[in-house]
Design a protein around this ligand. Structure first.
Ligand code: HEM
Length: 468
């Protein structure tokens, strides 16, 4: 048996153990550029060399313009917090997201970013978000009602169901009254755009011109065009309503004024930001729920612990905001779900000026990858890293964690603005769904996690659902 066959055999055996859910076999070493790109397009996580899971910093000497993976918590703090001006967001990210997100809060920098972040921040105050919990809970209850109208036990495509749930939460909380038809376009075309995105990222890494052909170019262009058109319709509908602009995210964007020029946002800026919030705000939370439900289907003893806890805290009542702090097991399970399957598995930055990092001289323009997926499974940071063990997040264990060894929401200046919203939503929805239905593994599906900006399950996420 060859070494590769033995490794694959070991991986398969481990994947069959419910407490060792599927992962990605890393590349044995640094790959030459052609094989690196081929693996990258299939799944960027497959192009990560094993050393990235073991070392604090790995340099790819063959990459155009320079490429470094950084997993050391101290170095990540330098990049994302202490010296963030020396490590701006990348042109690559801009190139990839521009067609849909334009120059919104996720992709902009400097003054433009600061203004947009300040404009949106009041929507995400924790005390105000708590008032949204009943809406989050009722969307989950409605999903259970829908499941109850069908046959008793059905295999459901949980990744699609969760995208529907989190989109509905979004339109019931942060964006009032977006039409259903436009919602469908945004969800479906958004998923198509993401499914092909590795082509554009790989072409960007190779520094090929933006017009260079690749097999995903035309479908991505059409998906982006349809999404923008749907967003424009949502904005036009609100403008045509003539009344109060509204207190939701769209209302805020429409009434925002640049503190320096007192100018309102242009229609394009409003659209860039609205699409950014929809994209960043629903797809990520959907993936957190999808993977966590998979883990619970594989580990029924944990699923039952969550159910028992929810019954003890809320009984059969709708889960209220005051209940969420008491759902300690549910929260631990969710965190462990996001550790093993971080919804945003990779962050990127660039080197803004020649500098030294971890003993290496890096030239301006070097691409820095912060591989959250590998950090969350790093051999030097975690004990038995591939094992599903929510007790890692017991308070006494969590207090030993370094600040950036668990970073599903990023870190530093550009930390996720929706973190509190996402945690409230994911906890309320998970608790409601697990109390109201049983989720079983079909005995076969071992989905490979694929990095497509968010972490997608290869082959989707069919789970057997039985309302209880
Ligand atoms: C489980 C759910 C979520 C995860 C895992 C997640 C993850 C992240 C991460 C890792 C970043 C940092 C990106 C970087 O540093 O390059 C980020 C930024 C961002 N997220 Fe989230 N996010 C989630 C939910 C949300 C929600 C619910 C919203 C809004 C409703 C949101 C809006 C944003 C925005 C606007 C940014 C850009 C912030 C900036 O650059 O200033 N996210 N998110």
């Amino acid at each position: 048996m060859s070494l590769v066959e033995r490794r694959e055999g070991e991986a398969a055996a481990a994947a069959a153990d419910p407490l060792y859910p599927p992962t990605v076999e890393p590349a044995a070493g640094l790959l030459p550029l052609p094989s690196f790109i081929t693996r990258f397009i299939r799944n960027p996580l497959r192009a990560l060399p094993r050393a990235v899971y073991e070392e604090p910093l790995v340099v790819h000497p063959g990459a155009r313009g320079g490429l470094v993976w950084v997993t050391s918590p101290a170095l990540i703090e330098r990049i994302l917090l202490h010296e963030s001006d020396n490590f701006p967001k990348t042109l690559l990210e801009k190139r990839v997201f521009e067609p849909i997100l334009g120059d919104g809060i996720l992709t902009s920098q400097g003054q433009s970013w600061r203004w947009q972040r300040r404009t949106a921040a009041p929507l995400f105050r924790h005390q105000d978000l708590v008032a949204q919990v009943p809406a989050m809970t009722s969307v989950a209850e409605e999903r259970l009602d829908l499941w109850r109208t069908g046959p008793a036990t059905v295999t459901r495509h949980i990744e699609q169901e969760m995208a529907d749930v989190t989109y509905d939460v979004f339109t019931h909380t942060l964006l009032a009254g977006a039409g259903k038809a436009d919602g469908e376009i945004i969800k479906r075309r958004g998923a198509e755009f993401l499914s092909r995105i590795s082509w554009e990222i790989a072409w960007g890494m190779l520094q090929l011109p933006r017009w260079a052909w690749h097999p995903a170019r035309s479908s991505m262009k059409h998906a982006a065009r349809d999404m923008r058109a749907a967003i424009d319709r949502i904005i036009a509908k609100r403008r045509a309503a003539h009344g109060e602009p509204g207190r939701d995210i769209l209302g805020r964007l429409l009434t925002a004024r640049d503190p320096e020029t007192n100018q309102p946002m242009s229609d394009k800026q409003v659209a860039d930001n609205l699409l950014t919030f929809i994209a960043a705000g629903h797809e990520t939370t959907a993936k957190a729920l999808t993977w966590t439900l998979y883990l619970l289907a594989r580990a029924p003893q944990w699923q039952q612990r969550v159910r028992d806890e929810v019954m003890a805290v809320s009984g059969r009542n709708p889960i209220a905001a005051r209940d969420l702090d008491k759902l300690a097991v549910t929260t631990r399970v969710l965190k462990e779900g996001m550790r093993l399957y971080p919804p945003a598995p990779v962050l990127s930055r660039t080197v803004g000026r020649d500098l030294e990092l971890g003993g290496h001289r890096l030239a301006v323009g070097t691409l820095i990858i912060v591989p959250v997926y590998a950090i969350h499974r790093h051999r030097k940071l975690w004990t038995d890293p591939d094992r599903f063990d929510p007790d890692r997040f017991l308070p006494e264990n969590e207090s030993d964690h370094l600040r950036t060894q668990f970073m599903p929401f990023g870190f530093g200046q550009r930390t996720c603005i929706g973190m509190s919203f996402a945690m409230l939503e994911a906890t309320a929805v998970l608790a409601t769904l697990v109390r109201g239905a049983r989720f079983d593994w079909d005995g076969r599906h071992l989905p490979e996690p694929i990095s497509r900006v968010t972490l997608q399950p290869k082959g989707g996420m069919p789970l057997v659902v039985t309302p209880i």
